[in-house]
Design a protein. Sequence first.
Lengths: 330, 289
Amino acid sequence: MAEDKIVSDGSPALSVQLGPLRLKNPVLAASGTFGYGREYADLTDLSRLGAVVVKGISLLPRPGNPPPRLVETSAGLINAIGLENVGVEAFLKDKLPYLRGRRVPVIVNIFGNMVEEYAELASRLDGAAGVVALEINISCPNVKKGGMVFGTDPVMAAGVVRAVRSSTSLPLITKLTPNVTRIADIAKAAVDAGSDMLSCINTVAAMAVDIFSRRPKLANIVGGLSGPAVKPIALRCTYEVLQAVSCPVIGIGGITGATDALEFLLLGARAVQVGTANFVNPGVTAEIIDGIERFLRVQGLESIEAYIGSLDTRCVFPFAEEACAALDLG
Amino acid sequence: MRKFKEEARILDQENVALQTWRLRLLAPRIAAEARAGQFIMLQVREGQDPLLRRPLSFHRILPEEGVIEILYRVVGRGTWWLSRCEPGTRLSLLGPLGNGFRLPEKQASSIVVVAGGIGIAPLFELMTQLVAKNACSTPQGIHLFYGARSAAEFLPPQAFHDLEISIHWSTDDGSLGYHGFVTRLVDQIVLGQKLCPEMLYACGPLPMQYNLAKWVLAHGAPSQLSLESLMACGLGACLGCALPAPHPGGSDEDHYVHVCKDGPIFPAGSILWQKIRLYQTAPPLFLYS
C-alpha cells in the first residue's frame, strides 16, 4: 500500500484499513457518547472523524432507565442510561440524513433483546446510504434482557453474530464486554461466527452508594464505569483479544488524548473510539487526530501503519548490560 | 442558537452568603449569546478529577462588558474547587446551553417569582430583564418569594434594591421573614391578596418545585420552572439528565425529557410529577465548610 505512505504535503498518512473498511484516520467517536452527531456539530468538525459510532439503536424506540442515571467517580463516570434511543425507523428518517450530509462515515451500534431483533435491525440497515459498518452491542451492562447476557457467553455471542452476518453484507464489528472471566473466548467465538472486527471494551460493571441516604446512587443500582479510570483495564483486554484473534481490533476505554490513543495503537489496535472524553471536551477527537499526526512526525514515521502493533514484548525491559553496551560509552 | 467553547478569565470571586459564591467571568462570546435561564458547562479545574464539567446558570449577563456572573453554592468537590480559584484563573466554558426563560408576550399586571436557596441564581437575571423590559405594568407587580433554610443563605437585601420589586422572605427555621416553607407563603399571599399571576417563574430544590407544580396545576397559572439534574455533557448526547414526562402519544409507557436540551425551563405540565423521585440530597454542611 505504497500510495498511503506519504501524502503530497509530507504529513504522515493516518488512514487505516480495518478488514473490509478503509478509514481516513483511526479516531472514532464511541457509541452513546456522541448522540447522533448533530449534538456536537457546533463544537467540532464532524467531517474530520474517522467515523461516528451512533448511539445504540433498537428496532423500537426505548425510553431508557429511570433517573438517576449518572454518577461521577474518581476519574470516571458510572452510567445506567438503559439504551434510550429513537428506534431504527426514526434513525433512518431523521438522524442518518444529517450525518450523511456532513460526510462522515457512520457505524451503527445495534442492540436487541432477542437474536431475531439483531437480525431484523441488520437487514433494515443493510444498504442504508452513509452506513459503513454495524457494531453489534452484546455488552451493555444496563439492560435486563439481551445486551451483556449475550456478550458473556461464547455460544450466545456467536449466535447473535451469525444471525446478523446472514442478514447483511455490511462489515461487522462486535463490541465486547470486559465483565467476563476470559474475554479472548468471546472474541474468538464472535470472529468464528463471522464478525469482521472486534471493539473493546464496553463499560466496566460498577456501583456507587450514598453513605448519608444509605441508598445506591443509581436507580438501576449498578451501572457501567467509563472514563480515564478504566483505561488500564481496557488496555489489558485489548492486549488479550489481540493475542487471541487475527482480525482488526478497535480499542476503547478512557481515551482522553493522543497519548492514550497511541497506547492502544501500539498494542495493535487498528483504530480507537473516544467516549466519555467527548462530554468534557467536545473537540477532543480532532485534538487526538492532530496529536497523533504530530507524534508520528516527531518519531519520523511515514504512516500510522508503521506504528500500529509495534509494541516490543520480547522481554519487558532490556537488561542494563545489553542496553549500556549498545550505547557504546567507551 | 450557536454554542461555544470559550476560555473565560475570572475577574473576581466573592463569598456573598453562607457557602455561596459569586463568580465574575470575562467570556464575551458566551455573554453576547446568553439568555436568562440558560446555562454553561464549566470545567472547575484541569485534569481528570473531578472528571466532568458542572452545569451552572447565568446569574447576570452583561453583553456590553463581555461579562457573565455565576452564583453557586458549594455542595461538593467540584464547587469546592471552583471556590478556591483566584482572579486571573482561566476556566473552560461550554455554552450557552438549554432553552432559557421566555418573557411574557404582553405586559402583565402580576408576575410571581419563587426562589428556593441558590435557586435565586438564574431568577436574578430574569427579574432584571423583566423590570428593564417593563414586562409587568409596575415593578411592584413582580412578587419575589425568596425562601431559604436560614437567613445566612440569603443574598443581601441591597442586591434587590434597584429592582423595586415586592419581596416576600421566608426561612425554614424562622430566622428571617415568614417561618416555614416558601411554597406555603406563596399560597397564603397569592390567595390572600387575590393575585392572579400571569406567569410563575421558579427555581429551587426539587421538593419546592414539586409543591409549586402541584399548586400551579391546581390553580391553572402558566409556569416556567427551572429544573436541575446531574449532567455529563449538557449537549443532549449522554441522555443522563432524564426526567419522567407524559408520553407524547398519550400512552402509559415510560417517557423522559432531558434537562439539558428540552429544558432546563419546563412548564409544570410537561413533567410527570407523580414519577419524580427526590434523589438529590445535598451532603451535610460539615463536609465542605
